[in-house]
Design a binder for this molecule. Structure first.
Ligand SMILES: C[S@@+](CC[C@H](N)C(=O)[O-])C[C@H]1O[C@@H](n2cnc3c(N)ncnc32)[C@H](O)[C@@H]1O
Length: 236
């Protein structure tokens, strides 16, 4: 199947700002969305309690930045997203929650060229599954590594695949049941169809390997349930 282009993905998210604007639930189509949001941001705050600079890639409407600002005051926040309507919403919400600077960048994460060693925390929630090839992964992981100060970390919460067919089937069945319980069979089909069209997730351990190949040292798995996981990779 021909996967969605970057323009297709931008157009879909331009129309979907409301769905990404709930801090109470997070993005409900993710299994354990609230746990992913809470655990990732709590762990980031605990790991770099003196953080001053945050980069949120694929920030959407800003939920992960906002949640982190409940633990760390007045961060300077750089927001990156393909979608201008998402960025506009994120800037409004995040500016109200910090006295630090808030800078929006409308860009594809593949095109980013951040200055070296400027961030303590990089959030990447539900965005890296849009990368298609290993070369794209390697390039993006390398740029994120460069952009972090020593001691900083990248925090990922995302859709994941599995390496073996039986486990892959089991986990996607579990995700299907979750979606059906949430909003019925038609909803499950709708979500499965846009995942098929738009997303290219990778196994969680493979993602960590790709980050470590780009230079990251330690890694922590924070959560895993069905087809969603969260982890961090740390730059010593
Ligand atoms: C599923 S939403 C997640 C938003 C937010 N991180 C959250 O968890 O609430 C994915 C976001 O990533 C953005 N996005 C997708 N592909 C991107 C890319 N290649 N570069 C930058 N942003 C991208 C979309 O526009 C969308 O706002």
């Amino acid at each position: 199947m021909q996967k969605s282009s970057v323009d297709d993905i931008r157009a879909r998210f331009d129309e979907d700002v409301e769905r990404f604007s709930s801090l109470d639930t997070g993005q409900e189509s993710m299994v354990d969305a609230r746990t992913l949001l809470d655990r990732t941001t709590e762990a980031a705050a605990a790991t770099t309690p003196n953080a001053t600079h945050l980069l949120d890639v694929g920030c959407g409407a800003g939920n992960y930045s906002l949640k982190l600002l409940q633990h760390l005051d007045d961060l300077h926040v750089d927001l990156v997203d393909l979608s201008q309507p998402m960025l506009d919403r994120a800037v409004d919400r995040v500016s109200a929650a910090t006295d630090g600077t808030v800078r929006p960048f409308q860009a594809d994460i593949r095109e980013l060229s951040p200055a070296p060693e400027q961030y303590d925390i990089i959030m990447a929630a539900a965005v890296l599954h849009h990368l298609r090839t290993e070369a794209e992964w390697t390039a993006v992981a390398g740029k994120l590594y460069e952009a972090l100060r020593p001691g900083g970390a990248v925090w990922v919460a995302d859709l994941v695949d599995h390496s073996t067919a039986p486990v892959q089937d089991l986990m996607w069945d579990a995700y299907g049941s979750y979606l059906e319980d949430l909003d019925g069979e038609a909803y499950r089909e709708r979500v499965f169809s846009y995942i098929e069209q738009e997303d290219t997730p990778r196994p969680l351990l493979e993602q960590i390997d790709l980050f470590q190949a780009a230079g990251f040292d330690d890694a922590e798995i924070l959560h895993k349930n069905a087809t969603f996981g969260a982890f961090s990779v740390i730059k010593r």
